[in-house]
Design a protein. Structure first.
Lengths: 376, 298
């Protein structure tokens, strides 16, 4: 239910329509081929709606208008001040059009009016275009954002890159450990399982803090390296507040999610299979590759999917460990939700993320079947 | 898992390399958690191992409880330092965290247990669909769930209230209860329900006298999972909590972003200890439940 609401939000554009209904009504009648500027009724409707509109509602609408073309907000604010003056004196102008153009020559600039075209409908895809760095130009064509405003595509790519790396690292580190746990006698493996489960049960923030302590420039790892003489006192490595830090911390935090599904799959693979393969003449490496590995695929894919999906929506750790340019897409969602209050864009980013995840689940379901997910 | 006696030297090398690799990974998993514990007892306001702390024999002046005193809101002169603020925020956060955690756990455990019981009936219609919806908060990235809930709660005016936070935590925690209880129900013999009813027990009595004792280990470990989920949760609290609705994770987040101080490490140490306790309980319960159901592990 909340997710459905979010999907609605991402295309919802009705708020502004409740503020300027008449203006938009008249606007739709404007024949752009014939007249360069909208006809008189449009200006008249706008004048009235600005003069008598509720201040809070108009303010919110202005924020929305600024998303399609910056400059709207200040233009309307200045104009409505003039309008209020006129209304107070009770001197209504003869031609609203020339009055508005007189107060601010921007009203004669058709590009502002073209931007209105994006807002007249109740639904809009603009947030989705914004989420992939696209916007509208004057003629309602979808174009790339200006160079300096293109951030999302880069962030999407980075999010994918980090998630894929983290998944790979988790697989490489997790596979041998799961194998060891699955093959040791239960007495030892139960003890070693604690090592895996402890981070799993510990607060995310505790682990993130711990990594900051470990990785910072005068932190534990650098201290040990200096003490061992591997690096000099001045050559301490910057490992935190950049992508390296994010990768290391996220790998450790998500590793249990890889080990546990792998472990539960490996535990039920009979040991006799490997022996049989070797008995039939296969070298250990070949037996492993041909007999053991294929049987672990459900575990690997379950773990991989879990780690990837968790990594792609990660927000706390990259935000704290990643530093200035460590932001992943989750950080932007939080930023728009809490700081800029651009909820439409926030919902659109979330919806795209959700779509990506659904594709992955669908693929996973095709390949392995979704009910193989277990909690250790 | 030991090497056979006829292993060749090459195999031996591989085997030891493999063991070494696993040891490194275990170290990688646990070391950060262990490392913060001694630092939290340091005198210095910087979060590092000072030279005095590493000296041998141990130097008592290098160790202190001053940050722990700070954490519980004891701001006496020997505790206060110019760089580390002292307030009772941590204690407020602790109270709130436990409050939210307990209520959310109670609701989630009740709902989750009932859902699991219903889902484990053989003739339940739309089982797959219901299960998928129930566990969806667990597999959808938290940020999406949190954003969706924020929008939804904003419409019905639950944002910035404890009710909203608790309900959101219930939604997050219920899947864990459902999964653990369903796992316990795998070995459950439905004939016992029939037996109890044929002996004249009403459904409620059957539930409390027959079903409940048998699935109790699963319910408790589900409840612990639910509690830790709510207790650790920060994204929802950040989105939906107002400024004075502090919880431990939120306070830690704020601490890491603004005033990184050893007090955070004291709280972190407490949380590590808490998670060790919970983990041990869950492990013991798991073994007990396996014994109860007669599933002998190898």
């Amino acid at each position: 239910m909340p997710i459905g609401d979010m999907l609605l939000r991402s295309v919802d554009d009705s708020q502004i329509n409740t503020v300027f209904p008449k203006t938009f009504e008249e606007y739709k009648k404007w024949d752009k081929e014939k007249d360069q500027l909208p006809p008189e009724p449009v200006y008249k409707a706008l004048f009235e709606e600005l003069a008598y509109g509720e201040k809070v509602k108009v303010g919110r609408a202005l924020t929305r208008m600024n998303y399609s073309k910056s400059g709207w907000k200040s233009l309307i604010k200045k104009t409505s001040r003039e309008i209020k003056k006129v209304v107070r004196k009770d001197e209504f102008p003869e031609s609203y059009k020339s009055f508005l153009i007189e107060t601010n020559e921007k009203w004669a600039d058709p590009s502002y009016w073209y931007a209105v075209g994006q807002m007249v409908n109740n639904q809009t895809p603009i947030y989705y275009y914004n989420a992939v760095d696209r916007t509208y130009d004057e003629n309602q064509n979808v174009v790339q954002q200006n160079e300096d405003r293109r951030v999302y595509v880069k962030t999407w790519i980075k999010t994918f890159k980090v998630s894929i790396y983290v998944t790979l690292f988790c697989l490489i580190l997790g596979f041998p450990v799961a194998h060891l746990l699955a093959n040791l006698p239960l007495r030892y493996s139960n003890l070693l399982r604690i090592f895996v489960l402890l981070p799993f049960w510990t607060s995310l923030l505790v682990r993130t803090t711990a990594w900051i302590i470990m990785l910072q420039q005068n932190g534990v790892i650098n201290g040990v390296l200096v003490w061992l003489g591997i690096i000099s006192e001045d050559g301490r490595i910057q490992m935190v507040y950049n992508e390296t830090g994010t990768l290391i911390a996220m790998t450790q935090i998500l590793l249990p999610f890889m080990i546990l599904p792998l472990y539960s799959v490996m535990r039920v693979i009979p040991k006799s299979h490997m022996r049989a393969a070797q008995n039939l003449g296969a070298k250990p490496a070949l037996a492993f590759w041909k007999v053991y590995l294929p049987q672990t695929i459900p575990g690997m894919s379950a773990g991989g999917l879990l780690v990837f999906v968790l990594a792609i929506g990660y927000f706390i750790t990259p935000e704290l460990v990643g530093g200035k340019d460590g932001k992943l897409i989750g950080s932007w969602i939080a930023y728009h939700l809490k700081t800029t209050l651009n909820w439409g864009l926030c919902a659109a980013l979330g919806a795209i993320l959700l779509g990506i995840m659904l594709v992955f689940y669908w693929l996973y379901n095709k390949i392995v079947g979704i009910d193989n997910i277990k909690l250790g | 898992m030991a090497l056979p006696s006829y292993a060749t030297p090459v195999q031996r090398t591989y085997y030891y390399a493999y063991l070494f690799f696993c040891a490194v990974v275990f170290f990688f998993l646990v070391a950060p958690l262990i490392a913060i514990i001694p630092i939290s007892f340091s005198v210095s306001p910087f979060m590092v191992f000072t030279d005095e702390m590493l000296s041998w024999p141990p130097d008592p002046d290098a160790w202190s409880l001053r940050w722990y005193k700070n954490m519980i809101g004891n701001c006496s002169a020997d505790v206060v330092s110019s760089t580390v603020p002292c307030s009772n925020k941590w204690m407020i956060g602790t109270v709130n965290s436990f409050f939210i955690g307990f209520i959310a756990t109670f609701i989630a455990t009740t709902l989750g247990t009932l859902a699991a019981l219903g889902l484990s009936r053989p003739h339940m219609p739309y089982k797959g669909l219901i299960m998928a919806i129930l566990i969806s908060p667990m597999i959808v990235p938290l940020i999406i769930t949190a954003a969706g809930m924020f929008f939804f709660y904003a419409r019905i005016n639950l944002v910035y209230s404890f009710t909203g936070i608790i309900l959101a935590h219930v939604a997050l925690a219920t899947p864990f209860v459902v999964i653990t209880v369903t796992a316990t129900l795998v070995g459950f013999d439905m004939n016992m329900v029939k037996a109890s009813q044929s002996l004249g027990a009403r459904p409620v009595r059957t539930f409390f006298k027959v079903i409940m004792p048998l699935i109790l280990p699963g319910v408790i470990s589900g409840a612990l999972f639910a509690f830790i989920t709510s207790f650790d949760e920060v994204v929802i609290v950040m989105f939906m909590g107002s400024l004075d609705q502090l919880t431990i994770p939120k306070q830690m987040w704020a601490g890491i972003r603004q005033e990184i101080s050893p007090v955070i490490l004291c709280m972190a140490t407490c949380l590590v200890v808490l998670s060790i306790l919970l983990l041990t309980t869950v492990e013991l319960l798991r073994r007990r439940s396996e014994k109860l159901r007669g599933i002998t592990s190898r």
